[in-house]
Design a protein around this ligand. Structure first.
Ligand SMILES: NC(=O)c1ccc[n+]([C@@H]2O[C@H](COP(=O)([O-])OP(=O)(O)OC[C@H]3O[C@@H](n4cnc5c(N)ncnc54)[C@H](O)[C@@H]3O)[C@@H](O)[C@H]2O)c1
Length: 249
């Protein structure tokens, strides 16, 4: 009698676009059952057609998170890739701006780890999307975003410790420039703020990357898959750079 291969189950937030979509697609390719989640369910149609289960919920909302936590019980993998960015001068940021960015990007990740982590399969893993902006000072145009991504590093360390005995591993990845719709928004926002051309801005940013280019979402999904997989079985609580050499600490 052949032994049955146990199906693994993965939950990916922000799966409607960019890195989250690439992670969900990678998981499908690895034979994982995927629950793809986004605030905008229309963006999940392609993944549904490819075989993902889908869920449209606002993860900044407590009831949205509760619905997901219920559905995610028993998962092997959780990737928190949802997020929003605000490009605004640090001196113009309002309290509403600040609260919204922290709620979507940081508060939600804390409570998703809290509510889903203890119900995951032993041996499972979580990857939280931080950013190279968590380690840089030159973030005056995205300060609330950078603060939220720094908070994610602390959340990651705390839950890595809290869930280690299960064991569920918890790591963060810190991408630099990944070619996604969010990156297009950043370039458009910064070019307006600085009154410069998008093309010139893009060129200057690429020059700052030692490897000389942006990453694709699929490449980033590859690094995330490594952190989820047993290849990274001894890694937890880490903030792994994915920056083409732009950040090395
Ligand atoms: N692209 C980059 O260069 C880059 C660099 C560093 C970090 N990141 C981080 O990686 C993650 C993915 O980024 P991306 O570039 O793929 O962005 P993206 O904008 O392409 O995708 C983000 C997705 O999150 C969803 N989302 C937003 N708010 C939500 C909410 N409240 N509830 C549920 N879903 C919500 C959006 O609808 C969208 O589909 C983000 O956390 C981002 O901060 C991206």
């Amino acid at each position: 009698m052949g032994s049955a291969v146990r199906m693994r189950r993965g939950v990916v937030t922000g799966a409607g676009s960019g890195i989250g979509k690439a992670v969900a697609t990678r998981m499908l390719r690895e034979g994982v059952d995927v629950l793809a989640v986004d605030i905008d369910a229309r963006k999940l149609a392609e993944l549904a057609a490819a075989g993902c289960e889908i869920m449209g919920v606002d993860l900044a909302d407590e009831s949205g998170r509760a619905t997901l936590a219920e559905a995610a019980a028993g998962a092997d993998y959780l990737v928190n890739s949802h997020g929003v960015i605000l490009v605004k001068s640090i001196f113009d940021v309002s309290i509403e701006d600040w609260r919204r960015i922290q709620a979507v990007n940081a508060e939600s990740v804390f409570f998703l780890c809290q509510q889903i982590g203890p119900r995951m399969k032993p041996g499972g893993a979580i990857v939280n999307l931080s950013s190279s902006s968590s380690k840089l000072a030159s973030t005056v145009e995205v300060a609330p975003y950078a603060a939220s991504k720094t908070t994610i590093l602390s959340i990651t360390r705390s839950f890595a410790y809290a869930l280690a005995s299960r064991p569920v591993r918890v790591n963060a990845i810190c991408p630099g420039i990944v070619d996604t719709p969010m990156q297009d928004n950043v370039l458009a926002g910064v070019s307006t703020l600085r009154r410069t051309e998008v093309a010139a801005l893009e060129e200057a940013r690429t020059r700052a990357v030692p490897l000389g280019r942006a990453a694709s979402a699929d490449e980033c999904a590859g690094a995330i898959w490594f952190l989820l997989s047993d290849e990274a079985a001894y890694m937890t609580g880490q903030a792994v750079n994915f920056t083409g050499g732009m950040v090395t600490w």
